[in-house]
Design a protein around this ligand. Structure first.
Ligand code: PLP
Length: 374
């Protein structure tokens, strides 16, 4: 990404964009979807999904299970949709029994879309999208399925075509491990069809402007970030080199390892059932006499380690460990210089930690050494 700007109308940028649009479909597991690379964040990608497919007043079902689903619902309400909210306790997944009841009662097909966050980053809850699709099929319901895959796509099993997802979206800064600034939205043929009649006001996010330029072969209705495009190329190459399914398996392994660590600490996962455990983020509940924000602050100060705060309803109660993107198990490929093994708690094989031995600032210093070596 560390390169000069280029003229986006030069021949190189459309050629690069063409391959990106083809390749990005693979991370959504779609052959029929149409992707849009939009200079925005996840929030803009939400807006793009909603305004291109729906009209003000449309009834939509939206699951409230944590801070990000809450923010999406807020956007849906501000865009004047008639939002039918199905709420779950934070730490639980989408209430699909309630969805089944609403679908069963909607013979007139007043529900135009189901909006669901695949992985709720605030609580570490992953929803079962295949089950949502099965319900829509069971009730032969034509509602669009709009999915926030911000903290799932490219890290968790995600199958746009197989699960009949109509709009899927993510942001560059999550599993792609890029800087923030690109919203990646993928629309099914049914979603593109819906965009022809959707009356929501949209300008910057209008898919039609992109589609016009796709036809012309120069792809961009307005200026893209050249650096992010090259970054996306590199991120996709890394993912394909490892193999998308291996990337997903790596996240599953690291997710499980994180949960085992939390268990070993004697702490509780905020996610209440195994079926919802997230392989990209773990929200850890702290004992009531501890403020989780203090854990986050100390981790940062002592260990240069970035944990996530508890948000909104779970503020002070949980901290979050992110385990998504271009990360690995350990630093075993890096030689750690240890001055006094006993003091550091590093065993002969260089990997074994002796319980309780790395306390205070010691861990932070080990980390500093590893960082220096890198
Ligand atoms: N959706 C989910 C699941 C998220 O985790 C986030 C941000 O973390 C967003 C949406 C919003 O994305 P952004 O902050 O890029 O606008």
């Amino acid at each position: 990404m560390n390169r000069n700007n280029e003229d986006y109308r030069s021949p190189a940028v459309p050629a690069l964009t063409k391959t990106l649009l083809e390749d990005v479909k693979k991370i959504f597991k779609t052959t029929s979807g149409t992707p849009f690379l939009i200079p925005t964040t996840g929030t803009g990608a939400w807006e793009s999904a909603l305004t291109n497919t729906l009209s003000p007043g449309d009834r939509i079902i939206s699951f409230l299970i944590g801070q990000f689903s809450l923010l999406w619902i807020d956007q849906q309400q501000r865009l004047k949709f008639d939002v039918d909210v199905i709420e779950s306790e934070w730490g639980r997944g989408a209430n699909l029994d309630m969805l089944a009841m609403k679908l069963a009662a909607d013979g007139a097909h007043t529900i135009k879309a189901i909006c669901i966050v695949h992985n709720e980053t605030a609580t570490g809850v992953t929803n079962n999208l295949a089950a949502v699709r099965n319900l829509l099929d069971e009730y032969k319901h034509p509602a669009l399925l709009l999915v926030d895959g911000v903290s799932s796509i490219c890290a968790l099993d995600f199958r746009m075509d197989e699960w009949g997802v109509d709009v899927a979206l993510t942001g560059s800064q999550k599993a792609l491990s890029l800087p923030t600034g690109m919203g990646i939205v993928c629309a099914s043929p049914k979603a593109l069809e819906a965009s022809k009649t959707a009356k929501s006001l949209r300008v910057f996010f209008d898919w039609n402007d992109y589609l016009k330029f796709y036809k012309l072969g120069n792809y961009w209705p307005y200026t893209p970030s050249i650096q992010l495009l090259y970054g996306l190329r590199a991120a996709l190459d890394l993912i394909f080199e490892e193999g998308l399914d291996n990337v997903i398996a790596r996240h599953s392994r690291l997710g499980k390892a994180t949960r085992l660590a939390v268990e070993a600490w004697g702490l509780k996962n905020c996610t209440q059932k195994e079926e919802w455990f997230s392989d990209t983020v773990t929200a850890v509940v702290v004992p009531p006499y501890i403020d989780s924000a203090e854990v986050v602050r100390r981790a940062w100060k002592r260990y240069n380690l970035s944990l996530g705060l508890g948000l909104n309803k779970v503020a002070g109660k949980v901290f979050r460990i992110g385990h998504l993107g271009n990360l690995n198990e350990d630093v075993s490929d890096v030689e750690v210089e240890v001055e006094d093994e006993a003091e550091w708690g590093v065993g002969e094989d260089g990997g074994e930690m002796i319980e309780g031995d790395v306390g205070g600032d010691a861990g932070g210093e080990v980390r500093e050494k590893v960082k220096d070596r890198k």
